[in-house]
Design a protein. Structure first.
Length: 148
């Protein structure tokens, strides 16, 4: 049995791909005219659509309480409400089962240990990431270190 040269098979594959591409329906996104001014200052009744992508990297992202309005001054460490998950939504809630993180394929990164908790639970594969012995340096709440 005689086989075709590789160049003929490549040419046939290219022709087949070209025909499939030509037969595919034309798919396009709808054309729109985005607004160039904020919506609140728009004078027209027909407001054009806007698209916003916002990332918050402000200092409040490092705070130990949520929402921001719960912080009431410099004496917050003595207020036990901050150490209550019903009031402070970031604080540990014993009624929730916290699952370990997963990697990009969905595989579990594994449970942490109290004596060797990873400093960054999402980079367990990274040799640079260290661990912390929580039995020696555990702090469930930031007691007025100045960083809130």
């Amino acid at each position: 049995m005689k086989t075709q040269p590789t160049s003929h098979r490549i040419a046939a594959a290219i022709w087949l791909a070209a025909l499939a591409w030509l037969a595919a329906p034309d798919v396009r996104a709808a054309v729109t005219d985005l607004a160039t001014t904020p919506l609140v200052t728009a004078s027209s009744v027909a407001v054009k659509p806007n698209l916003m992508f916002v990332l918050d990297d402000s200092g409040s992202m490092g705070w130990t309480e949520l929402p921001d309005s719960v912080w009431g001054g410099s004496n917050y460490a003595s207020d036990h409400c901050y150490k209550n998950s019903a009031y402070n939504k970031i604080y540990y809630n014993p009624n929730i089962t916290y699952a370990p993180g997963v990697d990009s394929s969905g595989a579990s990164l594994g449970d942490a240990t109290f004596t060797a908790a990873r400093d960054d639970g999402y980079h367990s594969y990274d040799s640079v990431t260290g661990t912390t012995d929580l039995s020696a340096s555990f702090r469930a709440y930031d007691y007025g270190s100045g960083a809130r």
